[in-house]
Design a binder for this molecule. Sequence first.
Ligand code: GDP
Ligand code: IMO
Ligand code: MG
Length: 425
Amino acid sequence: MKSILVIGSQWGDEGKGKITNIFSSKADIVVRYQGGNNAGHTVKFNGLEFHLQTIPSGIFNKNTLNILGNGMVINPLALYEEMQKLIAAGFDCTNLVISTRAHVDLEYHLMLDGLNEASLKENKIGTTKKGIGPTYTDKVARTGIRFCDFIDDDFPTIYKEHLTSKNAEIVRLGGEPIDYETSLRKYINVINFLKPFVKDTIDILEKAKEANKKILFEGAQGTMLDVDFGTYPYVTSSNCTAGGAITGSGIGLGYIEGAVAIIKAYTTRVGEGPFVTELHDEIGSTIREKAHEYGVVTKRPRRIGWLDLVQLKYSRNVNGFKYAALMLLDVLGNIGDIKVCTHYKLNGKVIDYLPASLKDLYKATPVYETFPGWTEDISKATKFEELPKNAQNFVKFIENYLKIKFVIISVGPDQKETIQVEDIF
Ligand code: GDP
Ligand code: IMO
Ligand code: MG
């Protein structure tokens, strides 16, 4: 395929960074199309480990252009710091471009994120407090600031106007107003540094299409955090699903040929909201410690549960993927029997679809199929046939249920710990 989409199929943290980095060695361009530094994508190779938040996971390949698409909300101060860390590590970031149309996540957005969460009390979303929701709110309310305006000479005036009205909101919510001069000063240096990176990415993508270039779209978050398809309102504020790649990049119809869904062999979620297969027992804690399931961005312990095929079937339907990568399979070794949820029980009925109502999702209980586990270390496996029979059966069951093909099976965090079943990109 000349163009492919890497998409989170669950509640995020499925291993999108690892797979994007692997595929990006063959990509001419990698595009992030939504979200911002609420994402935390881990990339491990050659004894190095990076946690990328705003920058695409193709940055380590010098010949790959990395685009921050128009659908993103970008905190320029955080982006500057992330770039400095990469530059210090020897990755000069000259292969990075920021869309003129991407929205700017500013100091007042971060403050409002925290204040909104505090005002929700026990009904809080559990956001990353990176200002993502407030920045998208401004975008939709047509009161946002885009990168083309951020690097414009008029920015100080525009910022003053916006800050005045935002400060009123901050004070109303019980916060301290932001001082204009101090805040502006932080941005001025960063604007001068970032200016050369801000470009018309629509034009870049158009030229890439004409030249038949290989383009990879790196989704952030996951399907169940999508503002339309997720467990609303316990979601993020963007479209993390396949459609978001079109609106968040300007690639247009037809060029993206398919998607690879990134599927964790169990389920995790950070923040509040329903989670039908959540584990509150020893097995949940064992998995959390074994895989170090703590948020990259907020360091919060991730909630753990068994794989949920009802949720994944829904994810397949809304994204339309045929291919997938199965991640963290090694973590399920040595934990005894493994469970997979195939149906939900709701109001005495067995159902195989995902209800929209949160009330129903909180009430639904999982119906499980149990598989015998394995004790062998699988992290050195390089072929599907080298996996223990019980692991093979587990993988095949998921493929058959979802009618998809696992083209990659990941057996460890490092780039090398990967079984490539089929080469599709
Ligand atoms: P992303 O947000 O989807 O990129 O995923 P994160 O980086 O937030 O979380 C995935 C975590 O799992 C990271 O710590 C990865 O290093 C780790 N990881 C990825 N694939 C595997 C795997 O196959 N096995 C194990 N044990 N860890 C993995
Ligand atoms: P990656 O790309 C997991 C969650 C937050 C919260 C909800 C809304 O690493 O998979 P936000 O700050 O976006 O308004 O928070 O979404 N969340 C993520 N959970 N992985 C992520 O990104 C996430 N980005 C946001 O925990 O529940
Ligand atoms: Mg993550």
